[in-house]
Design a protein around this ligand. Structure first.
Ligand code: HEC
Ligand code: HEC
Length: 270
């Protein structure tokens, strides 16, 4: 949580890169025990204290869910095709407003989705990220990995009001702009390559891949320029989020979009 509070509030200028890298390699960085709050403001929300994870099989399932979320290629190996973990996109274990949080999601599914033109369950939404964002495969809905992920999201949401979306859910949209890939290339070299590599292949455990075989597929939400721009604007550069203008976020997203991504063919991901 130190990282959430320090970085997301923007007091990071003084923090050395090495410190950031240290935090970035840790799993969900829960801080000292605090009182969980029902969130009406995402800024004051703190993740539940890990001490509230129950003992016994349910607690074991939640803990497995945390492991799957933070180290997906290791703990859900059979269902993942690249080197991305959920937490690489769903920031800090899915606990950060505007960083696609998991908080509150179990209480708002099933929901209607335009892409599928049907009502889908929470599990089905997770399957889609396995197929498209993890370039992997569907996993059994009643298997330990899926059950753990749902149990974890449920535990994160235990003080939320059912049916009410968490503030800063999903990607907070930016105005629609046209990105310039050439300008994006300069921004990338100056502000992103230090962590993600000039070749976009990432430098784990410092930072994940942005293109190439170890990144998301071209069927993933992150492959849409507007979505990536919104993600980047609020979450990147990791050591200085909210520092790019919306136009710069579009430029760099357009540049990354122009790079090769695994081609998504649904039948290969069932
Ligand atoms: C490459 C980045 C990426 C990775 C990796 C990824 N996701 Fe996602 N996920 C997204 C994007 C983008 C969205 C769409 C958010 C939006 O449109 O608001 C999303 C949406 C979701 C949603 C729906 C969120 C909502 O507010 O409705 C769930 C649930 C989800 N992902 C779970 C997971 C899980 C679990 C994993 C790991 C197995 C995972 N995702 C891995 C990028 C990713
Ligand atoms: C200080 C290191 C650092 C810098 C600089 C940085 N990132 Fe990241 N980036 C990360 C880390 C670490 C993650 C994984 C999520 C997290 O822990 O914050 C990440 C995740 C991402 C993701 C989602 C995961 C994926 O692989 O697709 C995107 C997209 C991204 N960064 C884009 C950028 C862009 C664009 C810039 C430059 C404007 C940038 N990053 C600068 C460290 C960095």
């Amino acid at each position: 949580m130190i990282r959430v509070i320090a970085i997301r509030c923007g007091f990071v200028a003084a923090l050395a890169l090495s410190v950031l890298i240290l935090f970035s390699t840790s799993a969900v960085s829960f801080g000292a025990p605090r009182t969980p709050q029902a969130a009406d403001s995402s800024k004051t929300w703190v993740a539940p204290d890990p001490a509230t994870i129950p003992a016994g099989p349910l607690g074991d399932s939640i803990r497995l869910g945390i492991q799957v979320f933070n180290e997906t290629p290791k703990y859900a190996e059979r269902y993942v095709g690249n080197k991305l973990s959920c937490t690489h996109c769903h920031i800090d274990g899915g606990t950060v407003s505007k960083g696609m949080p998991m908080v509150g999601l179990p209480g708002i599914f099933p929901m209607y989705r335009d892409r599928e033109k049907s009502v889908i369950t929470f599990e089905e939404r997770i399957q889609q990220c396995f197929q498209r964002s993890e370039t992997g495969h569907r996993l059994p809905n009643d298997g330990p990995e899926m059950t753990g992920l749902v149990a974890y999201a449920q535990w994160l949401s235990k003080d939320q009001v059912t049916g009410r979306p968490f503030p800063g859910r999903g990607l907070v949209e930016l105005p629609e702009l046209n990105g310039d890939a050439a300008k994006g290339s300069e921004i990338y070299t100056e502000q992103c390559a230090v962590c993600h590599g000039a070749d976009g292949a990432g430098k784990l455990p410092v930072a994940p891949a942005l293109w190439g075989p170890n990144s998301y597929s071209d069927g993933a939400g992150m492959n849409q320029i507007a979505k990536m721009a919104a993600f980047v604007q609020h979450n990147m550069p990791q050591n200085q989020p909210d520092s790019l203008t919306p136009q710069e976020a579009y430029d760099v997203a357009t540049y990354i979009h122009s790079k090769p991504h695994t081609v998504f063919v649904m039948k290969d991901h069932m």
